[in-house]
Design a protein around this ligand. Structure first.
Ligand SMILES: [Zn+2]
Ligand SMILES: [Zn+2]
Length: 68
């Protein structure tokens, strides 16, 4: 019998969050609060992988003059 409310990643702990991407219910250990998704999806969307993220060049003030 499957008990509702178990983490669908480890099936070992109570699910406390529902992933917005895959809809899985996951426990705290498998929840990435920063991304707001389960750890599987958090990796997929690139929580901490850099490479796709364009670097912001800060040295030349893109919005040069701010007039009040
Ligand atoms: Zn889990
Ligand atoms: Zn997910």
């Amino acid at each position: 019998m499957s008990v509702a409310g178990l983490c669908q990643l480890c099936e070992n702990a109570l699910a406390r969050h529902t992933c917005r991407y895959c809809g899985r219910q996951v426990c705290r250990d498998h929840w990435n609060e920063t991304v707001g998704a389960c750890t599987a999806c958090a990796e997929a969307v690139g929580g901490d992988t850099d490479g796709d993220t364009p670097d912001s060049f800060d040295d030349d003030h893109p919005d040069g003059s701010r007039l009040d």
